[in-house]
Design a binder for this molecule. Structure first.
Ligand code: COA
Length: 248
């Protein structure tokens, strides 16, 4: 469900669980984390992509329900993935076609470049699920787009289309859906062709010291774990699963 492929110095990481709109399971997070934790010096850029129409519908809600019954999530694959994303020293380019829900949007704040198709849709329904934002989005999103827009995205769960994401500053280019992956791959190849050490140093300078990000992510994880077990969250997860079963 996570397909890893090499294209020269670019590692292509594809989320591929079409029947569930690429909703992410623990197994998929582990594979994603492993790919980002690679210390192969021949990998100079990562390309993150999904399938036509779905970058990812976010965390698998059945998994949320299962996690809600466990003691903590510190060792959960999703947490490993988020930490790997924040610690990654290799540039990440994302190609987003269609749905980018929940972590599908928040992971983009860790990417260096994002290409979106015209039909891309970004939405973070954390509050409606009784949850709080994750992946450091509570810190990174206001930095990128200012408090007002970040509030709308993260707290109201308002959908942002590709044009809005572009003007909010977390998408570099909006292109036709059939071009999005090729354009993102070309950017990843261009990054990979730059002098590696100069790229590593420059990228680190742009991101700056990330102690505040790490601290915020841990705080989010603590609150998220609490919220997972809340009545509000359980009710929302169950409603989604029932809706899904009802549509059989
Ligand atoms: N977790 C588990 N299953 C999911 C899922 C998720 N996050 N997102 C989609 N799916 C499943 C659906 O249950 C459905 O399964 P089924 O065919 O067995 O019934 C299948 O994927 C297709 O989804 P469907 O809802 O029929 O597609 P759609 O195009 O009408 O809607 C979404 C797509 C993404 C808008 C909708 O599925 C949705 O709201 N998903 C939940 C998104 C979410 O809240 N993610 C967590 C963010 S923190």
């Amino acid at each position: 469900m996570i397909e890893i492929e090499r294209d020269g110095a670019v590692q292509r990481i594809r989320m591929n669980r079409r029947d569930k709109k690429n909703a992410l399971t623990g197994e998929m997070y582990s594979a994603l984390a492993e790919a980002l934790e690679q210390r192969d010096p021949d990998i100079r850029a990562h390309l993150l992509c999904g399938v036509p129409g779905a970058f990812t519908a976010g965390n698998d809600i059945a998994d949320f329900l299962a996690m809600a019954g466990t003691v903590g999530i510190q060792d959960a694959p999703v947490v490993r993935f988020l930490r790997a994303l924040a610690a990654c020293e290799i540039p990440i380019v994302a190609a987003v076609d269609g749905l980018a829900i929940g972590v599908g949007t928040t992971m983009l704040f860790h990417c260096d470049m994002v290409f979106a198709s015209e039909r891309a849709l970004f939405r973070t329904p954390f509050l409606d699920l009784g949850l709080v934002p994750e992946a450091g989005a509570s810190l990174l999103a206001p930095r990128v787009m200012g408090h007002a827009r970040a509030f709308e995205l993260l707290c109201l769960g308002e959908p942002f289309d590709a044009a809005r994401a572009l003007s909010a500053g977390f998408v570099n280019h909006v292109v036709a859906e059939e071009e999005v992956e090729a354009r993102a791959l070309a950017a990843a190849r261009a990054i990979a062709a730059k002098p590696a050490e100069a790229m590593r140093l420059s990228r680190a300078l742009l991101w700056g010291e990330r102690a505040d990000l790490r601290a915020r992510m841990e705080e989010e994880i603590r609150l998220f774990a609490e919220r997972l077990a809340s009545k509000e969250a359980r009710a929302a997860f169950t409603a989604f699963m029932d809706r899904s079963r009802g549509s059989d």
